[in-house]
Design a protein around this ligand. Structure first.
Ligand code: PMP
Length: 441
């Protein structure tokens, strides 16, 4: 039994005289910390807060120009439409919107997503779709379902930090394959596949963090090799529709179906699990993402999701559906493409103008990020400390490397700051880089 004094505010403390209240309050603070901190599960050992996270907290100060987060531009959030959609949901489905609902997700929303995916050659049924709390939850559930401690997962280098965070908690190990301007280096893939990874995690479109896109030839070769070695893939695609130039490239799910000769009807082999999200297309605060997988896998994911949160918010799913339907999502995506396309242009122009010649960067055709490689000898974590003094921030590249490295790289986000702010921020960053280069000699 806990002594009554540690139980908190419901234990009649208010009725006690002030002197005994003080003693009680002290014991309340002292006891629980060690009682819990000594009991953390082993699998949380690698879930730590890094020095970089501590530095990034400083970027939240209002006067810092941040190229750090992956935030959509708040100016383009469809406030009016989401407001109208919320009112319609409450007026037309009030009780259902506030009630518990099925774990699989709101059926009309799943049907709408199926219809949208079909445009890109992903032909599945709503039974293949599970709505998740953003695609981050899908990554977590995938980790829980497939990863035993010590299992090796093949990831790109660099790769999405959120996937590493989710899978570190599942005690994953990693096999990494480097990337270049055309995405994953297919010429280095086979040796990694021979190691026998449990699955591959690939971001073919406007990769986070690199901004790179996997070329069509490489996509085809990737799917062939995955089949040859029998290694399944997770295709994470939050940004595929945010293309600002060039032609859309087919998703790996479709290329896999083509390879197996499924040309009509249900074209889904199940070898590729596909993840996407409404976070970047509507609003991340809705927390609506989805996973496409074979029905048997969906059923297992559903069981795990029940343990995590029962289901994604009924209200958020219905609002997302009401806002997205009848063509609004398409119209809205066109607006976002225009705004982000301008911001990307502003950043590329500012980089040309202000960055020293020795610095290199990617030229993403879409998405939210670009990737900078500094001259040898410059460390981006050190650079961030100096940049913060000039009130400008970014994410050092080391965070995205599953097995260390990348000290001379960094990620810049161009969706959140306006073009003027981008210009000023890149100017400051260029100056800091020049100073560091000069002090390096
Ligand atoms: N995957 C990738 C590659 C991402 O960049 C993000 C968001 N930064 C996510 C998954 C998670 O997005 P959400 O949970 O908001 O859907």
């Amino acid at each position: 039994m806990e002594p009554i004094a540690t139980l908190g505010l419901d234990s009649g403390l208010e009725a006690q005289p002030a002197s005994s209240r003080a003693t009680v309050a002290r014991s309340y603070q002292e006891v629980p910390a060690t009682r819990w901190t000594q009991r953390y599960a082993q699998r949380t050992q690698r879930v730590t807060s890094s020095a970089i996270r501590e530095l990034l907290k400083l970027t939240e100060q209002p006067d810092v120009i941040s190229f750090g987060g992956g935030l959509p531009a708040p100016e383009v959030f469809p406030l009016i439409e989401v407001n109208a959609a919320s009112q319609r949901v409450l007026a037309e489905h009030g009780a259902a919107a506030l009630q518990y609902s099925t774990t699989e997700g709101y059926r009309p929303l799943r049907e709408l997503l199926v219809e949208r995916m079909e445009r890109y050659g992903i032909r599945v049924t709503p039974e293949n779709v599970l709505i998740t709390g953003g695609s981050q939850q899908a990554l977590d559930l995938v980790g829980r379902l497939f990863i035993n401690p010590g299992d090796r997962i093949l990831v790109e280098e660099p790769t999405y930090l959120g996937a590493l965070q989710a899978w570190n908690a599942a005690q994953a190990e990693y096999v990494t394959v480097p990337t270049d301007d055309d995405g994953l280096r297919i010429d280095q893939l086979e040796s990694a596949l021979r190691v026998g990874p449990k699955f591959m995690y690939v971001l073919p479109n406007f990769q986070n963090p690199g901004g790179t896109t996997l070329s069509l030839e490489r996509r085809q070769r990737l799917v062939e090799l995955a089949n040859h070695y029998g290694v399944p893939m997770i295709e994470d695609d939050p940004y595929g529709q945010l293309r600002y130039e060039g032609e859309h490239l087919p998703p790996l799910v479709k290329l896999d179906a083509d390879l197996h000769g499924c040309e009509d009807g249900r074209a889904f082999t199940g070898a590729v699990i596909y993840l996407s999200t409404l976070s970047k297309l509507l609003a991340p605060g809705l927390r609506v993402g989805w996973v496409v997988a074979p029905e048997a896998v969906i059923q297992r994911l559903v069981q795990l999701k029940q343990g995590a949160d029962l289901h994604t918010s009924s209200f958020a799913q219905m609002v997302a559906y009401e806002a997205a339907k009848d063509g609004f999502l398409d119209q809205h995506v066109r607006v976002i493409r225009k705004v982000y396309g301008e911001r990307r242009h502003a950043m590329l122009a500012a980089l040309e103008r202000y960055f020293p010649e020795e610095v290199r960067w990617t030229r993403p055709g879409g998405g939210l990020f670009l990737w900078v490689t500094l001259p040898k000898g410059l460390d981006s974590t050190e650079l961030l400390k100096h940049a913060l003094q000039r009130k400008v921030a970014f994410v050092p590249g080391v965070s995205f490397f599953a097995q260390g490295g990348g000290a001379e790289t960094l990620r810049l986000n161009f969706s959140y700051p306006t073009p003027d702010v981008i210009d000023e921020g890149i100017k400051r960053l260029g100056e800091v880089i020049k100073e560091r280069l000069a002090s390096r000699g």
